[in-house]
Ligand binder design. Structure first.
Ligand code: PMV
Length: 358
């Protein structure tokens, strides 16, 4: 009878309103600018990971989405997350032994089997790597019973996929770029908890669930190497935006939140276009969504912003709005994109199915 130790957990997706794009250190994954995101509620877009450790396992292995075994020997980022969490476990075991605890299980020496699945399209610009790596690191921390803070764990998840550090917290989360070269202060912190702004909703419009053409890793590298606009963004734009959007969130000021969100999405895609050769993540449907939301915002009597679009490294739109506007926006999308709304997988027509932005 083999002995094993097992933990399962789930992690949500986060959608940035100030985008992370560019690394100053590609191994430690240190960003060129700070970023800020909203963590979506768990049920609709999440990763679920089970990790089992056993002295009988010959090798550490990983299966993704129930079918595919991933080659982890050449996956440096995954190895980094495993190494860092094992190191903390080893330290913890040593501490317990020092304290005279008799039965310390040497989990740090066991191989692990990891099963991870997403309940949404993987690598389609819906932040699957964020929830996936956050879930991996969180589940390892649970299995190893690590006595460390979530912010500490965020520094490990960051080394799997930058944006993953933000998925360890719920609510409104900043990833501070930090100033140290060893990454010791490049970490996620919670700006406000999920119940701070319960009226905020995120509507996900799946334009395409195909895998993206240019990965974020490759895209960022090319942008850092070739885009003069990125320098302007890093130095002149993002620091001020981080302050203003934090204020907007703390004051639940949707006008300010929406404007900054749309401006930042626009600038991120402008920076992609400024990359040489250019990177295109938006397609015609994405651009049509931008036009519809722009029109919607300017059509009301007081020109109040009622919705904000944002796009990551793919064509899918996320629309932030306040709960009272959700039915109107769904009708609008259904009206302008009738051919695209084939079934309830294309968009979420039931307000109860929308992902609360909290
Ligand atoms: O963490 P990565 O390597 O998947 O990069 C994510 C980049 C964006 O999603 C485009 C922006 C962000 O801040 O999440």
């Amino acid at each position: 009878m083999s002995r094993f130790y097992e933990k399962t957990s789930t992690s949500p997706v986060n959608i940035a309103v100030i985008k992370y794009w560019g690394k100053r250190d590609t191994t430690l994954i240190l960003p060129t600018n700070s970023s800020l995101s909203v963590t979506l509620s768990q049920e609709n877009l999440q990763s679920k990971t089970t990790i089992r450790a056993s002295p009988d396992f010959k090798k550490t292995r990983l299966w993704l989405n129930g079918i595919e075994e991933i080659d982890i020997d050449n996956n440096k980022r995954l190895q980094n997350c495993l190494r860092e969490t094992r190191y903390l476990r080893k330290e913890y075991e040593n501490k317990l032994i020092k304290e005279g605890v008799k039965t310390v299980i040497p989990l740090s020496e066991y191989n692990v089997h990891i099963c991870s699945e997403n309940n949404f399209p993987t690598a389609a610009g819906l932040a699957s790597s964020a929830s996936g790596f956050a879930c991996l690191v969180y589940t390892l921390a649970q299995l190893y019973e690590l006595p460390v803070s979530t912010t500490e764990l965020s520094k490990i998840a960051r080394q799997g996929s930058g944006s993953a550090c933000r998925s360890l917290f719920g609510g409104f989360v900043a990833w501070e770029l930090g100033s140290q070269n060893d990454g010791s202060d490049s970490q996620a912190i919670q700006i406000a908890p999920k119940n701070h702004w319960p009226e905020l909703e995120a509507l996900i419009c799946i334009v395409s669930d195909a895998k993206k053409g240019v990965s974020s890793t490759e895209g960022m590298q090319n942008t850092v190497a070739t885009s003069p606009l990125l320098q302007h963004r890093i130095e002149q734009v993002v620091p001020e935006r981080m302050k203003s959007i934090t204020e907007a969130i703390l004051n639940r000021d949707f006008q300010k939140f929406a404007e900054i969100t749309m401006r930042d999405s626009n600038q991120f895609h402008a920076v992609c276009l400024d990359t040489y050769p250019p990177i295109f993540y938006l397609n015609d449907v994405s651009r049509a969504i931008i036009r519809v939301i722009t029109e919607y915002n300017s059509s009301n009597e007081f020109k109040k912003l009622k919705a904000a679009y944002t796009f990551d490294a793919g064509p899918n739109a996320v629309i932030y709005t306040l709960r009272e506007n959700v039915p109107e926006i769904i009708n609008l999308i259904a009206k302008y994109f009738p051919g695209n709304v084939k079934n309830d997988k294309d968009y979420f027509s039931d307000p109860d199915q929308l992902f609360a932005g909290n």
